[in-house]
Design a binder for this molecule. Sequence first.
Ligand SMILES: [Zn+2]
Length: 276
Amino acid sequence: MSDASSMYHKRAMLNHFLDRLISFFTTLAITDFTFYKYSFLCSAIKESDLKTYTVKDYLIEKPKKGFVILRHDIDDNPEVALNMANLELHFGLRSTYYFRDTRKCFQKEIMKKIARLGFEIGYHYEPTGKLETDSRIFANALKKFKTSEINIQTVCAHGSFKEIDLILLSKYSDIFKNMGVKGEAYADVGFNKLDYYSDSGRIWRHISRTGEIKLTNTNRIVDHILRKGVAKIYILVHPQWWSINIPIWFLKQLSGAISTFIRVIFAQLTTKNKRP
Ligand SMILES: [Zn+2]
């Protein structure tokens, strides 16, 4: 064997070993919220008979069943959203990325890049309940998107599931429709009639007509998707909760554990000092 082919052989062996190692980690529930795990979910969607939709396309086509609406709320870390879009593109999936109008999130170059990959960009608005004031703020935000050459067709409210008030959100939807927007990601999608999965706060929840249950990990979502009968799926994924690789995932876990440890010690010390 020549030196060159021996080197090639060694590299191939190493790549094979790394592939096996990554697929081993991917099967473990412990490595949840990594991009490896996310690719596992994407692959499950691709392998299923379900078609993925952006919110805009779902509102236009209104399929009866056999679909996954894939939605991303960008509350923080827009860079991760671009990585996630590239990963979804690899699996041929479609999705909508909703960006807040904040200094951190409104990154027009990132939004344009994601749009160029064929994904929908939406506005992640923040309803306060004061319709008049909010509509002025939202009109300005839509103008800002427009001047940045980002075409907004749908919007999505920022806030936790517990705060979602569909009656109020349909009022917001009407306001947005007067501004030329096609629809709102909660009020117009009718998400309470679908199987809704959300990773908010890095905890998977399944919300359906029968109520809300916590799912221990992404593997459980994959089980649900591959199970026959679950045919109207709406998934919310926050890219910011997902780590691009194992070292970043490990650092996030470690910093989370350290901050919890410090909080516990601090709480114990303050309780001790308060004792008479
Ligand atoms: Zn949000």
